[in-house]
Design a protein around this ligand. Structure first.
Ligand SMILES: *Cc1c(COP(=O)(O)O)cnc(C)c1O
Length: 368
């Protein structure tokens, strides 16, 4: 039987190889390697894709979130609400600006920030809410925006996993004051290396972000603020412009694959399949199932040549890096339960229904 890796670029790369090589050659011959036409063009294209006025290309997703927080003036003594079951980057960005991440538990069906639990965690120090559209599913943005407005809080979407998803027809990355996304290779829109982006409808914030990513400088050698070197590479911007044209098609493939999984895995033992909230769409960056025998099932899949990963085995509040926050096991039981039971199955453009059926047969041959 043929192995199925957790992630493969083989099929999607085939589609774009000629264009990528052509883009590389023109980038190489052009001789302008940092902040040039490729970045400018990609920013316009990504803003248009995201239905926002401005996009700013940066070095990676973590830096995008960091710059977003910084351009809002969030810092020392401030609190930022984030989900308890996110990737560590969301929390790190908050820590980088000197603010404190405040964890709020997710909804047990969607795994996204539960708007009903938000208000209990808002204090006089709260400055912003950072919803994470986890695994590719849009958060309940209308309810979150309403609470943010009521308490005069900024909203910064962590859109790293969900380019192309929407809530009530409005795209993720277009709701918040300023939002960050990641073009890490495995994300829905992935570069050939590290890259990230910021989206906003606010001209002033877009300008601040563009200045912050480039040494705090708008005019060369005139530095207005203490900025960073967090620029998007010209060659990556060129590659991203090409891949962006295929993004909607690749998301449709992800959704089709998720549909196959839903069909072949339904009503099997204690497996919990992804649930999509009303008014929300899922771009299936990841297809995450849950079972109490997660570790055994992962081993069984590996023994049969199928790759899988855990997103994520340890929630931020229990990470060694955050031991200073003083949390212990049991403090965020939903996040901990998800960490213990979640398993991500392979999902990538080019997967066939035969592969999905084979994976389902392997899962069903396991006595859960
Ligand atoms: C990938 C990811 C990031 C960070 O992106 P990088 O490009 O790896 O820095 C941030 N938040 C979430 C939820 C992510 O999945």
């Amino acid at each position: 039987m043929k192995n199925v890796p957790f992630l493969s670029f083989e099929e999607s790369n085939k589609t774009i190889k000629a264009e990528i090589l052509e883009s590389f050659e023109s980038f190489f011959d052009n001789g302008w390697y940092v902040l040039g036409e490729n970045v400018k063009n990609f920013e316009q294209q990504y803003a248009s894709f995201s239905q926002v006025d401005y996009a700013v290309g940066v070095s990676n997703g973590l830096d995008a979130l960091h710059i977003a927080l910084k351009s809002l003036g969030i810092g020392e003594g401030d609190e930022v609400i984030i989900p308890s079951n996110t990737y560590i980057a969301t929390a790190l960005a908050v820590s980088y600006v000197g603010a404190t991440p405040i964890f709020v538990e997710p909804d047990t069906d969607t795994y996204n920030l539960d708007p009903n639990k938000l208000e209990n965690s808002i204090t006089s120090k709260t400055k912003a809410i950072m919803p994470v559209h986890l695994y590719g599913q849009a958060c309940e943005m209308q309810a979150i925006m309403k609470i943010a407005e009521k308490h005069r809080l900024f909203v910064i979407e962590d859109n790293a996993q969900s380019q192309g998803a929407s809530y009530n027809g409005k795209l993720t990355g277009s709701w918040g004051d300023i939002n960050g996304t990641s073009f890490y290779p495995g994300k829905n829109l992935g570069a050939l290396g590290d890259a990230g982006g910021i989206t906003t409808n606010n001209k002033e914030l877009a300008q601040k972000a563009a200045v912050l990513r480039n040494y705090g400088s708008e005019k060369k050698y005139y530095n207005e603020v203490i900025g960073f070197n967090m620029r998007l590479d010209e060659c990556q911007a060129g590659f991203l412009s090409i891949k962006l044209r295929y993004l909607n098609d690749w998301i449709r493939q992800r959704q089709e694959i998720a549909g196959w999984y839903n069909e072949v895995l339904k009503n099997f033992s204690d497996l919990i399949l992804p649930k999509v909230a009303e008014n929300s769409t899922h771009s299936y960056h990841l297809y995450v199932i849950r079972t109490n025998k997660r570790d055994e099932l992962q081993k069984h899949l590996a023994d049969n040549g199928v790759g899988s990963l855990i997103h994520y085995p340890i929630p931020p509040h229990l990470q060694q890096a955050y031991k200073n926050l003083g949390f212990k096991k049991g403090d965020f039981p939903i996040a901990e339960e998800l960490a213990d039971t979640s398993l991500s199955l392979p999902i990538w453009p080019g997967m066939t229904i035969e592969m999905i059926e084979m994976i389902a047969d392997i899962i069903k041959s396991f006595k859960i």
